[in-house]
Design a protein around this ligand. Structure first.
Ligand SMILES: N[C@@H](Cc1c[nH]cn1)C(=O)NCC(=O)O
Length: 429
């Protein structure tokens, strides 16, 4: 495939359609966060049954990354994105109509499946449609702007659930997919030269060989551990534990807890483009950037957890800003994967890397719940001390991640030629 040397208007149009599909996937993924109470009433379920929805989605999402990557390499972004949009639409419609807990679980399973089919497609579109020097920034903008889906899911869904009821709110959310499917069909092409850019047919043997070749490159492993180490803290806070940690663990009001979580999204928005520029300008230092950001996250968490009594609000503000930067930092892992793999393997390598952060987030979400239960015998009235214990489980993940990033940074630097890497990324015009 020929890498474009200029950015065309068509590239931006294709990217905007891809970005909107991803943004709506993030919207669907997060749309349950504000519907917890309504879901508890509708399906007559407990808090842990409610949390099962989130876990199920994460498990399906993480488990599907490699199969989806292979599908994208084989059938192209357009086909897989269309399939993901259709699945998300049907699954959200199913969730709107579900009357029982098992039926709702099945629907959430398919939401996770459809969601898993969007992000990697958009990453591949960016790598195909844009000149090399623009890819880091556009990749960051994709991750950053996609998170607006979570922001849009909060207020409009709260309003719709309150005013229109469960069924109508979720059916309207599902219908967004119909509009997007038409846009994908009308506008989206896999590359400037091909409507559908298909890879060679795959056998079990070729799949194994391709995945082994991606994993054998230290750059893919470095990308995996970068993604693993950077995003789990922010994901666990935004998906489940942030609100209870700030309210019960740090004695903040409900309003301050909401503001802190919103501030985290704003930190993501601000840091994304800055990191995108830095990665484009200093590709050799990508692992230094990640090591610095993870170290900063560890230091700020340590100060919060070691603070005698409850931490002051200013410190919690610093915490959400630094932890929020971990989201865009995880995107650096995809850039390392991109420059370490040939285009034909790009999507499956991205799938391997994307698993890292979501597996780590899943482990942390479960570990926090287990430790909270262990430190709070006989009830769910979690204490600040129980939260301190629970949040300390992050040190295990950070230690593993930092050691692995350092190991694979050394190996990747031996493997990759610095001048060639900087030449690829800074190619003119
Ligand atoms: N780390 C996220 C993206 C991101 C960017 N800024 C904050 N978060 C990621 O890996 N995304 C994959 C997905 O499907 O959302």
């Amino acid at each position: 495939m020929m890498q474009p040397t200029t950015t065309t208007a068509r590239a931006w149009v294709v990217w905007i359609v891809g970005l909107l599909v991803y943004l709506v996937a993030v919207f669907h993924r997060s749309s349950l966060a504000v519907a917890g109470l309504a879901a508890t009433d509708r399906f007559d379920i407990s808090a842990s049954q409610l949390a099962t929805f989130t876990m199920l989605q994460l498990v399906v999402y993480a488990g599907m990354q490699i199969p989806v990557g292979l599908l994208v390499d084989r059938f192209g972004s357009r086909s897989v994105l269309l399939c993901g949009t259709a699945l998300l639409t049907l699954a959200q419609a199913g969730f709107a109509l579900a009357e029982t807990y098992p039926a709702a679980l099945v629907a959430r399973f398919f939401v996770g499946l459809g969601d898993a089919m969007t992000f990697i497609c958009v990453l591949r579109l960016v790598a195909t449609w844009f000149p090399a020097r623009r890819i880091p920034l556009v990749t960051q903008l994709t991750g950053t702007l996609g998170q607006l889906g979570a922001v849009l899911a909060a207020a409009p869904m709260t309003w719709a659930l309150g005013h229109l009821g469960w069924r109508t709110a979720y059916l309207i959310a599902a219908s967004l997919g119909l509009v997007l499917a038409v846009a994908v069909l009308a506008v989206l092409r896999d590359s400037p030269a091909h409507r559908n850019l298909r890879g060679p047919a795959m056998s079990l043997r070729s799949i194994r060989a391709s995945l082994a070749a991606s994993w054998a490159h230290p750059g893919t492993r470095l990308g995996f551990w970068m993604h693993f180490s950077t995003q789990f803290s922010a994901t666990a806070l935004t998906l489940l534990w942030g609100y209870p940690f700030f309210v019960r663990g740090e004695h903040q009001s409900a309003a301050s807890a909401g503001l802190l979580l919103t501030l985290m999204v704003l930190a993501v928005m601000a840091a994304g483009p800055t990191l995108g520029w830095l990665v484009g300008a200093y590709p050799w230092q990508r692992s230094t950037m990640v090591l610095t950001i993870v170290t900063a996250i560890v230091v700020v968490w340590t100060v919060v957890l070691a603070w005698p009594g409850t931490a002051p609000l200013w410190l919690l503000i610093v915490l959400v800003i630094v932890v929020g930067i971990g989201g865009p930092a995880s995107m650096i892992g995809f850039d390392v994967g991109r420059t370490s793999n040939p285009h034909e393997r790009l999507a499956s390598a991205s799938g391997i890397i994307n698993q890292g952060g979501f597996v780590a987030s899943l482990v942390l979400v479960i570990a926090i719940g287990v430790v909270l239960d262990w430190r709070t015998p006989g009830g769910s009235d979690y204490t600040p001390s129980a939260f301190r214990w629970a949040m300390c489980t992050q040190y295990l993940l950070w230690s593993l991640g930092l050691v692995q990033i350092y190991r694979y940074r050394v190996r990747t630097r031996r493997f990759v030629d610095r001048d060639e890497l900087e030449g690829i990324v800074r190619a003119v015009p």
